[in-house]
Write a protein of this length. Structure first.
Length: 213
């Protein structure tokens, strides 16, 4: 069993990952600014209210950790569509050197379909709509992915498609062949299922699996 730092653990994929990692027997340190208000209780859960952009906070959070799951999100609203988005790239530029200094090598980071080289597999209509709605956020995810790829960490970049609040099924596709990448749906709970499966598995190190039904 591992000690897992989940960054962005108070909601969404991060919260689902924390819950499932605990259920699988791992110890979880849950980092989020609102971690103290998490509606989860477990003897192996340590809530860690902190800022993923603060180098000192991140350094403290990495103490004694085996695996890092980076599952940050930004709230929907005007800032997502019109303002600059820098959370993904800036937090990663804090995290990667901090992991190196702490001697923590395993990083599982969540970006999404449309980040990095997966964007080129979108059709013209889909790609245009994607740029209008999520272009700023995914430009920042591109920079996030580049920082991770340029590191010498044992990284996996997880790219889920459109997220739902459905239940965990365990019945989804993990696609690494770019020729088969496509959009679709997947629940946050099933994304977390895959992430937790990778805590003790090296099958997807250095890869960018896309998750869909």
């Amino acid at each position: 069993m591992a000690k897992v730092l989940v960054i962005g653990a108070s909601s969404g994929i991060g919260l689902e990952t924390a819950k499932q990692a605990l259920a699988s027997g791992h110890a979880v340190r849950a980092l989020a600014r609102s971690a103290g208000r998490m509606a989860v209780e477990h003897p192996s859960l340590e809530t860690f209210p902190a800022d993923a952009l603060d180098a000192d906070d991140v350094a403290r959070a990495l103490d004694g950790v085996d695996v890092v799951v980076q599952a940050l999100g930004v709230p929907s609203g005007p800032d997502l569509f019109f303002g600059p988005v820098r959370l993904f790239s800036e937090s990663t530029r804090v995290l990667v050197p901090a992991m190196k200094r702490a001697g923590v090598r395993r990083l599982i980071a969540v970006t999404g379909y449309g980040a990095g080289d997966s964007r080129s597999t979108m059709g013209c209509v889909q790609g245009t709509g994607f740029r209008l709605l999520l272009g700023r956020a995914y430009d920042d995810k591109d920079a996030q992915e580049a920082t991770i790829r340029d590191s010498d960490l044992d990284w996996t970049i997880v790219r889920p498609v459109v997220l739902t609040n459905g239940s965990r099924s365990g019945n989804y596709k993990v696609i690494t062949d770019p020729r088969r990448w496509r959009n679709g749906l997947i629940s946050r709970a099933d994304v977390a299922d895959f992430i937790v499966s990778q805590i003790a598995d090296d099958a997807y190190i250095g890869k960018t699996p896309l998750l869909t039904y």
